[in-house]
Design a protein around this ligand. Structure first.
Ligand code: PXG
Length: 285
């Protein structure tokens, strides 16, 4: 079935799902978004994603013309209209069409877009054997410039780091924050394991607080694995026993090499494998 896209309350065929070239989402990256997953016909952690979307919108002073409840219902109705059992949802709210000037007062009608489609993941082999990443020279945005906790349509910061990763022959790149601490990857959060303790940078390290990150932290706690959110350096990464990334698209993927240094034994290790399995159970049950 051809995908049906929701725009402002109506469903359109893919070829007809269009918005104005005067939209400030296109002209300035002025808007917010979410990426969600559908497992077995059910949207994973819909409430958390909607809450983060509204927090992002509030932070950029964008008023969404739906209540969070209406937004959640619109997402579910669009998934249903697409008869989607397994897939990816891109939820976008732009500032709307305006003049060719920055002033948000010149815009009207924020556009609410819900795309339901398939997901592109890393090659399956990397989930089994682990992935290699490099540190990008491009740092995460300074929180006082554009706070990384906002999932805005302005993803150039991450794309520049992704370009560096790809040029180095990797699928992902590690980004540091303005203090030189480990932040996250371009579209995934990072976790380390050291002496049986799970560690991930805190939200104030300048990261997006991932829905998958929070789910994995809960799973670890439930399994009796201690969880900490300390400031981390690249030294902590290089000397970790295990490393993995989390994200809606990536789910849980082992990292076995960072900047040419093998992590642990250079093969996916037990806690990573355990949490990957636990996440699989959580989403596929
Ligand atoms: N950090 C950043 C910077 C992200 O953009 C995550 C972490 C993981 O968060 P979640 O809530 O997904 O666990 C993200 C989100 C894609 C795509 O299509 C993925 C993200 C962002 C944009 C595009 O692969 N990941």
């Amino acid at each position: 079935m051809a995908p049906k896209t929701y725009i402002n309350g109506k469903l359109y065929d893919k070829a007809d799902a269009k918005i104005s070239v005067y939209d400030h989402g296109l002209l300035y990256g002025d808007g917010v978004f979410e990426g969600l997953r559908v497992y077995g016909g059910k949207v994973f952690r819909l409430r958390e994603h909607v809450e983060r979307l509204y927090d992002s919108a509030r932070s950029i002073a964008l008023e969404i013309p739906l209540t969070p409840k209406q937004m959640a219902e619109a997402v579910e109705a669009t998934v249903k209209a697409n008869a989607k059992q397994e897939g990816y949802i891109r939820l976008v709210v732009t500032r709307g069409a305006g003049s060719l000037g920055l002033d948000p007062r010149k815009t009207s009608d924020p556009q609410v877009i819900i795309i339901v489609d398939d997901i592109v993941m890393y090659p399956q082999e990397l989930y089994e054997n682990g992935m290699e990443i490099v540190t990008a020279a491009t740092i995460r945005n300074h929180p006082n410039a554009l706070n990384p906790r906002i999932k805005s349509l302005n993803y150039l910061n991450n794309i520049m780091a992704k370009v560096e990763g790809v040029r180095a022959g990797c699928h992902e790149a590690l980004m540091l924050n303005h203090k030189g601490e480990v932040a996250e990857c371009t579209g995934d959060n990072i976790f380390l394991v050291k002496h049986g303790v799970l560690k991930t940078p805190p939200p104030d390290a300048g990261i997006l607080e991932g829905v998958t990150r929070n789910a994995v932290m809960e799973l670890a706690q439930a399994a009796g694995i201690p969880v900490q959110e300390p400031a981390l350096t690249r030294h902590d990464v290089y000397t970790a026993d295990e490393c993995f990334l989390t994200g809606t698209a990536a789910e849980v993927i082992p990292i076995v090499k960072v900047d040419g240094r093998p992590i642990g034994t250079g093969k996916p290790e037990p806690i990573t494998r355990q949490l990957r399995e636990a996440f699989h159970q959580l989403t596929r049950r």
